[in-house]
Design a protein around this ligand. Structure first.
Ligand code: SDX
Length: 426
């Protein structure tokens, strides 16, 4: 497909090089725009702006397509392990048996936390949000590993392996500290998600610890969250990394971006919203009316997406998983019925149809997490554990190229030049 483009600014016409991606997406290369015309583009929220070329993930919001390194999410979720998907995102190919065995052994060998991380977790106030603690713990690791790890190709890979191995250990330590329980040591006999459930719930009477089917369901959820191209937190990791900031600090920044309720924090906000609807007699129509009322601050959390304007393929899979997991646990959660009722009502309502608002990845996931016994504050930490390999793949991709520091321009709308007036005359 040969496409030409040009832009006319006043009496200047600038031919624009055109980039066509492997999925035929068209990008207008405007790198010379300001030099040649003096103008910049204006695109708050970057909805029309390609920040980079990337080979990690492809998604098509109109068709509801999501592929990691070319593999459709439907072929990965529940069919390969989260560690295999992590390797895929980081290396570009699914691991063979030898690679997976070595990767698994290395991950298992590095799950334990340095002592100072436990001290950081303990030092946070009891009501601190787990995402704040996760970010601080992650940031602290840059003083532990890179100091004695030469930042070589291997060193960098080891740092990234360390974080993948230790995220669940940090999450479990945060949870057990909050419960006044001693941390549970990682168990190298257990696979990634089974070990996480073990460290979380061992000795608490929660049957999720030690249940292989629950571990498989959690692994599937982590896979569904593993990457999503240039979302807010991934763009944050790339931007911070573009300043040659160290890997751990870049991830710590991504964690704080994900925390926002408009982004990954929505999975916690959805459950809190559903609690509110339960308190309102489970009145779905009331909630839909509130969501449409411009004078109401109520938003249907877990609905809408910047890119998906049809359906979020992850939500489709998670909705099925909710029935499977709650059925397995013998739990009858009224919130699941309310969530399905909300989806049904919204999909028939012109307000949502006209704005192409459909359930996103966060709409049903919290129902599963709650059924598994995770506290609300840990839901977005689970999202971060899933997203870590994606963040890392993008950080590596940005730094592998001729990484320019990210520095957007602006349109200034403030005061024109004026002179300072001395205090006595102000
Ligand atoms: C994630 O980008 C990614 O890939 C993110 C993610 C990933 O994997 O990384 O997929 C994960 O962050 C999913 C999104 C989780 N957030 C939520 O569920 C929060 C609720 N949803 C929204 O606030 C909103 O839909 C966003 C933030 C997701 C998208 O916002 P946009 O694209 O900026 O759209 P917008 O806010 O401009 O809304 C457009 C219209 C507005 O109405 P009008 O002004 O046109 O009348 O739709 C309305 C909005 O008021 N609208 C909603 C709504 N979402 C949008 N109205 C009610 N309820 C909602 N949830």
């Amino acid at each position: 497909m040969s496409i030409t483009a040009e832009i006319r600014v006043g009496d200047k016409t600038l031919p624009l090089p055109v980039i066509v991606g492997t999925e035929q997406e068209v990008g207008l290369d405007i790198q010379a725009l300001r030099d040649k015309t003096g103008a910049v583009t204006f695109d708050p929220g970057y909805g029309n702006t390609g920040a980079c070329e990337s080979a990690v993930t492809f998604l098509d919001g109109e068709l509801g397509i999501l592929r990691y390194r070319g593999y459709p999410i439907e072929q990965l979720a529940g069919k390969v392990s989260f560690l295999e998907v992590s390797w895929l995102l980081l290396k570009g190919e699914l691991p063979n048996a030898a690679e997976l065995a070595a990767f698994t052994a290395a991950e298992k060998a590095h799950r334990a936390l340095p002592a100072h991380v436990h001290a950081i977790i303990a030092a946070f106030p009891a009501d601190a949000h787990p995402m704040a603690i996760l970010s601080a713990a992650t940031l602290s690791l840059s003083s532990t590993y890179l100091a004695d790890e030469k930042v070589t190709e291997a060193g960098l890979n080891k740092s990234q392996l360390l974080l993948l191995a230790q995220f669940p250990t940090i999450a479990a330590a945060i949870y057990r500290k909050g419960k006044g329980l001693a941390a549970v040591a990682p168990d190298a006999k257990l696979a990634y998600s089974a070990n996480f459930l073990h460290m979380m719930f061992e000795g608490t009477g929660n049957a999720a610890a030690g249940d292989p089917e629950i571990a498989k369901a959690l692994d599937l959820l982590l896979i569904l969250h593993a990457d999503h191209e240039q979302n807010c937190s991934t763009s944050t990791v790339r931007l911070v990394g573009s300043a040659q900031t160290d890997y751990f600090a870049s991830i710590a920044a991504g964690i704080t971006a994900l925390w926002g309720p408009l982004h990954g924090g929505a999975n916690q906000a959805v459950i809190e919203m559903l609690d509110g609807i339960v308190a309102h007699g489970g009145d779905v129509n009331w909630a839909v009316a509130q969501a449409k009322d411009k004078d109401s601050s109520f938003r249907l959390m877990g609905f809408g997406h910047r890119v998906y304007k049809n359906f979020d393929p992850r939500a489709t899979i998670i909705k099925v998983q909710a029935d499977v997991v709650l059925g397995k646990l013998g739990k009858n959660d009224p919130q699941l019925g309310i969530a399905k009722g909300l989806e049904e009502a919204a999909l028939k309502d012109e307000y949502f149809v006209a704005r192409k608002l459909y359930p996103n990845v966060d709409f049903y996931s919290g129902i599963i997490y709650r059924a598994l016994g995770f506290p609300y504050g840990l839901f977005t930490v689970l999202f971060a554990i899933g997203r870590l390999p994606g963040w890392t793949a993008h950080w590596n991709e940005h730094n592998a190229g001729k990484a320019k520091i990210g520095r957007p321009r602006q349109i200034y709308t403030g005061k024109n030049a004026r002179d300072v007036v001395e205090l006595s005359k102000r």
